[in-house]
Design a protein around this ligand. Structure first.
Ligand SMILES: *[C@@H]1O[C@H](CO)[C@@H](O)[C@H](O)[C@H]1NC(C)=O
Ligand SMILES: *[C@@H]1O[C@H](CO)[C@@H](O)[C@H](O)[C@H]1NC(C)=O
Ligand SMILES: *[C@@H]1O[C@H](CO)[C@@H](O)[C@H](O)[C@H]1NC(C)=O
Ligand SMILES: *[C@@H]1O[C@H](CO)[C@@H](O)[C@H](O)[C@H]1NC(C)=O
Length: 519
């Protein structure tokens, strides 16, 4: 590759081009009274391309947010690892190096059977009460056992340094008809935790198969009803989730909601490709969320980021099968949504409907801005790069959605760099933006997508644009000249979004204390 002098000259030229683009974007934005904000955006966006190089020169350096906002003082990852080692040894009763300063609360001591059959819900609740009231507690779910636990809420904030150590398996009861009706959308809820760790290498299994069979997407004669999210972090701060396996969730696997400064690392999520609405990680109304080294394969989005989320960073993500990595959907039913500062760096997306996607409904308001998708390898993905401002999963298909001539969630400053691999469809790159509110600041750099050899493969790939303004830089294949000509008036066709059918109806039928914004 042309690294070295040519590369750096190209890179400099590229940054200059980006800067020019922002001058233009700010001028445009000034018309909406957004001049000042626009210029800040521009700077933020430029920083996206400096790869954290300008260290120390800017308090708000995008790449440093998680260190800055870290609420816990003395917890670098090495400490974590060492501590984890102690607890695990203790859990296995090796007797060596007992955690002298830890208050270990074993669910077994509270009567949990751990045989996969008896209901251990109450034992978990009682153990939690005790653990939460102790300093440096370890809520221990021991290895080698299987605990059947129904809908449960683990409320914090607990005393300092709470660790939830899941080494064994937690399974949900299988029968939807026996599910606690007071908790239609939640299985394991961690609420209001501050600085806690959830770790231990264990398994959380939603036993979702009967929920899936009942889903209106699978059995069309059934009404659309809610199903629980396996694990929800609500109103948490400084929580770390590390080394866990989630599988077969009834619906979504792991939701981060109304939280700040959350780190997820080494989480593995697995559900069948045809399981309905089983998003892997869902982020809503949260900021400073980092998702690292995760491997996700489900029947819906690997990661979805929705309303009121900012500073979300994803690194080293294996995704597929599923629907890809998504921002949205946003702006449904004319709602306001805001998502900004999202970065994906290094991902492998395989056998998925989409690679990196932004989806918004017609008629919404708000924005998605300052987004970077970089270093993504796609393999057998329908649409590796897609912005869809005509997203619609209404019951009647596209006809059930009305186009708005005046409003949409605005998409701006979205950069794609080093994305390569194979596309299953001709429309490898698709920017279907709204005539009312075009997408601006769309940048493609070093893109190499070709048609996969699979069924009907081997054909051409193309970039299609409607009302998308920006430019391409470096090698971009398929060519994206349409970004420069910015034609409006008729988005590309082939708009069929039945994938999420049912989610909206579910939200309507079952109000829950926690609002679910994924729809
Ligand atoms: C679909 O659901 C209906 C109503 O609940 C039920 O009678 C029918 O057996 C289900 N079909 C399948 C294939 O499971
Ligand atoms: C979006 O997030 C804001 C801020 O948390 C909230 O007030 C609003 O209700 C959310 N909108 C939707 C549609 O969920
Ligand atoms: C491009 O992305 C791929 C996939 O993540 C990565 O392996 C490769 O090193 C990247 N190339 C450059 C020049 O960063
Ligand atoms: C909305 O606009 C798009 C793009 O112009 C068009 O393809 C689609 O058919 C329209 N939908 C409706 C319901 O009018």
């Amino acid at each position: 590759m042309g690294i070295g002098r040519t590369g750096s000259r190209r890179r400099t030229l590229f940054l200059v081009l980006v800067a020019l683009l922002f001058v233009a974007a700010v001028k445009t934005a000034a018309g909406d009274g957004g001049g000042v904000a626009g210029s800040e955006d521009g700077e933020g966006f430029l920083r996206l391309w400096t790869d954290g190089g300008g260290e120390g020169d800017d308090q708000e350096n995008f790449f440093k947010w998680d260190e800055e906002e870290d609420d816990d003082e003395d917890d670098d990852d090495e400490d974590d690892d060492e501590e984890e080692g102690h607890i695990m040894m203790w859990g296995k009763k090796t007797g060596r190096r007992p955690p002298t300063c830890r208050n270990v609360v074993n669910v077994d001591s509270f009567g949990a059977a751990g045989d996969g059959d008896a209901d251990d819900t109450e034992a978990f609740a009682n153990a939690w009460k005790t653990a939460c009231s102790l300093e440096s507690a370890v809520f221990l779910v021991p290895a080698g056992r299987r605990y059947k636990v129904g809908a449960s809420t683990f409320t914090g904030p607990c005393k300092n340094k709470m660790t939830i150590q899941i080494q064994g398996t937690i399974v949900a009861p299988e029968e939807p008809s026996e599910w606690d009706p007071r908790s239609p959308r939640l299985w394991l809820l961690f609420s209001g935790l501050a600085g806690a760790r959830i770790q231990g290498g264990g398994v959380i299994d939603g036993s979702g198969s009967k929920w899936w069979a009942n889903s209106c997407k699978i059995n069309k004669s059934n009404p659309c009803k809610a199903a629980p999210t396996a694990v929800t972090l609500d109103s948490c701060r400084g929580v770390r989730v590390k080394g866990l396996r989630l599988q077969n969730a009834q619906q979504m696997h792991l939701t981060v909601y109304r939280s700040r400064n959350v780190r997820l690392a080494g989480v593995r999520i697995e559900s069948p490709e045809d399981s309905p609405n089983t998003d892997g990680i869902h982020v809503a109304e949260s900021s400073a969320v980092s998702i690292r080294n995760c491997r996700i394969g489900t029947g819906d989005d690997c990661i979805s980021i929705v309303n009121a989320s900012s500073n979300v960073r994803m690194t080293n993500i294996h995704c597929g099968p599923g629907h890809g990595i998504s921002i949205g959907s946003l702006g449904k039913g004319g709602t306001y949504a805001a998502v900004e500062n999202v970065a994906l760096d290094t991902a492998w997306i395989t056998r998925a409907q989409n690679g990196v996607r932004i989806k918004t409904w017609q008629g919404g308001a708000g924005y998605v801005r300052n987004v970077r998708f970089s270093n993504v390898a796609v393999d057998e993905v329908d649409h590796p790069i897609i912005i869809d401002q005509f997203y619609c999963d209404a019951a009647g298909g596209a006809a059930g959605c009305r186009n708005s001539s005046t409003s949409a969630v605005q998409v701006s400053n979205v950069a794609y760099r080093n994305i390569s691999g194979t596309s299953r469809r001709a429309e490898a790159i698709k920017f279907a933006c709204s005539d009312a509110v075009p997408c601006t600041g769309i940048v493609l750099a070093d893109i190499d997508l070709r048609r996969s050899d699979g069924d009907g493969g081997g054909g051409e790939v193309e970039t299609v644009c409607n009302c998308a303004v920006g430019f391409d830089y470096g090698c971009v294949r398929p060519a994206a000249d349409c970004l420069r000509s910015s034609t409006c008036g008729g988005a590309p066709d082939g708009r069929r979004h039945d994938e999420d059918k049912g989610k909206q109806a579910e939200a309507r039928t079952t109000p829950a204390p926690i609002r679910h914004t994924e729809l």
